[in-house]
Write a new protein. Sequence first.
Length: 342
Amino acid sequence: MAGRERAGRDEAGSRGGGPDGDELSARLKEYQGREATAGGVGRDPVNAPMIRHWCEAMGDTNPAYTGPDAVAPPTMLQVWTMSGLSGHAGRPGRSETYDELFALLDGAGYTSIVATDCEQEYLRPLRPGDEITFDSMIESVSGRKTTKLGTGYFVTTRMDIRAGGELAGTHRFRILKYAPARRSPRDADAAPVPADRAEPRSGRPRPVVNRDNAGFWEGVGRHRLLIQRCTACGTLRFPWLPGCGACGGPDWDTVESGGEGTVYSYVVMHHPPFPAFDPPYAVALVELAEGVRIVSNVVGVPYDEVRIGMPVRLEFRRYGEDVELPVFRAATAAVGAPGEGS
């Protein structure tokens, strides 16, 4: 085991001309605790138009977000720190820490990146007129990890967000910077398999399970698609959330979906291939008969035959040994005019 691990480190170092694994790990650890932004300032104060746009996009009709005593949705916490289309260059308080860290990883061959999860803690409601300031730092850099996507390092950034100098919340964001696992020549030369006969690919990233969505994934493990239902007002919600978006109630139970739905919208993914996926493929927003919507894959038809309005039926697919996901099989031939969707 030690010999194989050392060989992997040397390969990663030589591939990008960077340091070997031991030296690289030591240099990466030096970035822990370093500031990435000190005294950052939000481009705009908290304001009603942005709150309205957010709520319209999310379909959130909670009355707490409108009127003279409105507050901003807590999940907008990071929105007030974003730099917009102009990017971060020249923003006050920003250091070169993050750029230097990424350059070091790129130089060692860890050139790919995937977001893995984020966590937010809310300490104070934000209201229109609040002026936002923030600081960010590299909270941690993991040791070298091997995943099904490839080998690399997890980097966690923490941002503390203040309103009027008072801490309003904390946002943690974690990414994996990795060198993609190599595919065998046999895999690369294999002829494509028609979509309706293809076996599920192994190596899918595991879903992030937390205290808010653990019940959903427990249901998936029992081949049940569970939808949250507010016990105060009866509103169904998906994805799972800690509180009701309609009335704010914190208590809920679940109902089981019957599995019938239609394609409400879809996109076709054309990103470069990596081991877990074979693009192009269709990702659909499926409207369930119960009235909520879920993002998933449509199977059973080629990606270019998926159409808006297509009836679909829930099924569960296993990817590898430890990942099982809900997907939707096309129930009939495609409907709708060609060119719908994107």
